[in-house]
Design a protein around this ligand. Structure first.
Ligand code: GLC
Length: 561
């Protein structure tokens, strides 16, 4: 039951990508749970309400932990279950809610369930946990259908029988090391109820649900050819399309592996599992589903509480498109009694300090690298990112931040090829750079080895030589720094209770201007290049230094209403 006032309706939730946040143990250049616990006070100082931890579970790390080999234990590279308990206790003491990641679409191929399935006979209950099928063609030499993996290449891999002959094929919408579970199996459903309870018993406040649109596949696994419009992380329908109208209004054809109607019964079931526990728990869908009216099905009153608003993330920095996506979002989510979420960056997309100044199209998940067409201009990207964040944090609902964006970090474009680790890079033979550029360990102290990421100076992806000015200690207390802009925005947002407010559009502005009132704050964002007149009033926040009475291009201002 909802009381309409739950913390997640308005929370600012900070995504921690454990391997790149802080190397507390200092052994391997990989972040860990001890490092996160040590750094929690910095997040309290930043002013966020909750943290979401990307996977830290036992995993061969083929997809940076999104290939889980044991859902109820911690991978030794990140620490131990005891380290998790300490982290959680500390977070709660500090008043931070804690969300963990749940990866139900697929397991690692090293998960016991899959190892047993591979050892078992065709047609056995163990095989029935996954999606094994006979191949097509004379000898089953062709895959069961034409689906492609989100990471590139075919979505099927053929197994070899114990006698050395080729056997059936198994489905993997992502890497070969990530076999898809069969959610028609009651056994699979029971395992995940137990996994939810395992973490709820430990007191987590909720789950971010990975690939929440993918669990159920259409009966008969029919062939499907996606439209030629690029692809998003979920293999969805749009990349960085110039017109938001395309996202908001059209209902793209539903692929047989995404957004199937029967997926919703799983979330109704999980809703009830969460209800077994006291307190206000949250399920947040990572579902690359458009249009937003369809995504809203994930957050009906008896399903999940939140869904990432990727339509917002994919919206270009243009006034009309931004106004439209805000309207459509509020309408879609309000119609089912859910808050909207807002997000600009995460571990799967080009950081918004680079993305907003890209000069060429860049489909989600492709990344940018030395040979990509169109390079972001760094100063322009940062300027737009600061303005975009200042706009986002004034919106009602819940906002997600991705570690490092509060430092204004750009995408790292020039990683050496031999350092890259994203399966996308390997599966496309370097055609797509993938997501490593947004996953580089973050800088804490300008003058320390690895910018204070860890004591050894090592970092699992190399950090750029020019990152010292981005380090947290170089920005802390410095007026006008990106870190201080985030702190001020978060403090004002909390003080004015903007998360529980509303959007009242202010008329009389040109196309480039996004102007609205939320409670005691008037927000004016200039997405164009040309400066405009700034209405009189007390300035509470500005994403850039202001001249007298002027709102420059690519700048957002908050005025007292
Ligand atoms: C989600 C994750 C992404 C991962 C994929 C497969 O999209 O955010 O990082 O690679 O699922 O689990």
């Amino acid at each position: 039951m909802t009381n309409g006032n739950e913390w997640w309706r308005s929370a600012v939730i900070y995504q921690i990508y454990p391997r790149s946040f802080s190397d507390g143990i200092g052994d391997d250049g990989l972040g860990d749970l001890v490092g996160i616990t040590e750094r929690l006070p910095a997040l309290v100082e930043l002013g966020v309400d909750a943290i979401w931890l990307s996977p830290f579970y036992t995993s061969p790390q083929k997809d940076a932990g999104y290939d889980v080999a044991d859902y109820c234990d911690v991978d030794p590279v990140f620490g131990t279950l005891a380290d998790f308990v300490t982290l959680e206790k500390r977070a709660h003491e500090l008043g931070l809610k804690l969300i963990v990641d749940l990866v139900p679409n697929h397991t690692s191929d090293q998960h016991r369930w899959f190892v047993e399935a591979m050892a078992a006979d065709e047609g056995s209950p163990e095989r029935g946990r996954y999606i094994f099928r006979d191949g097509k063609g004379k000898d089953g030499e062709l895959p069961p259908n034409n689906w492609d993996s989100v990471f590139g290449g075919p979505a099927w891999t053929r197994v070899t029988r114990p006698d050395g002959t080729p056997g059936q094929w198994y489905l993997h919408l992502f890497d070969t090391s990530q076999p898809d579970l069969d959610w028609d199996s009651p056994w699979v459903r029971e395992q995940f109820r137990d996994i939810l309870r395992f973490w709820l018993d430990r007191g987590v406040d909720g789950f971010r649900v990975d690939v929440a649109h993918g669990l159920v596949k259409a009966d008969g696994l029919p062939d499907y050819t996606p439209p030629a419009s690029g692809g998003s992380m979920g293999g969805g329908t749009v990349g960085l399309e110039p017109e938001i109208e395309a996202h908001a209004a059209d209902d793209p054809a539903t692929p047989p592996y995404w957004a199937q109607e029967r997926v919703h019964e799983i979330y109704r079931d999980w809703h009830n599992v969460l209800e077994e526990y006291d307190g206000e728990r949250v399920l947040c869908a990572e579902a690359w589903v458009e249009p937003l009216s369809k995504l809203a099905l994930w957050v009906r009153p008896d399903e999940m509480q939140q869904a990432f608003n990727f339509s917002y993330l994919e919206t270009p920095w243009e006034g009309p498109a931004i106004r439209k996506v805000i309207d459509v979002s509020l309408e879609a989510f309000t119609s089912v009694g859910a808050p909207s979420t807002w997000v600009l960056s995460n571990h799967d997309v080009v950081r918004h300090a680079s993305r907003l100044a890209l000069t060429a199209e860049n489909p989600q998940g492709h990344g940018i690298g030395p040979k990509s067409p169109g390079k972001p201009v760094r100063e322009l990207g940062l300027r737009r990112a600061r303005a975009a964040t200042a706009l986002m944090l004034a919106l009602p609902g819940s906002a997600y931040l991705y570690q490092g964006e509060e430092l204004g970090l750009p995408e790292v474009i020039d990683l050496p090829d031999e350092a890259r680790q994203d399966p996308t890079w390997f599966r496309t033979h370097g055609e797509r750079y993938g997501r490593d550029g947004c996953r580089v360990p973050i800088p804490w102290e300008a003058d320390k080895p690895s910018y204070g990421f860890g004591p050894t100076g090592r970092s699992w992806l190399p950090q750029p030589a020019d990152w010292a000015p981005y380090a947290r200690d170089a920005q802390r207390g410095v007026a006008g720094s990106t870190l201080e802009l985030y702190r001020l925005a978060l403090a004002l947002r909390a003080e004015q209770d903007l998360g529980m407010g509303g959007v009242e559009w202010l008329p009389g502005h040109g196309d480039d201007i996004v102007a609205f009132r939320n409670g005691g704050v008037i927000v004016i964002a200039n997405t164009g290049e040309a400066a405009v007149e700034l209405p009189a009033g007390e300035i509470l926040l500005s994403s850039e230094r202001l001249g007298d009475g002027i709102l420059p291009g690519d700048t957002t201002v908050w005025l007292r209403a």
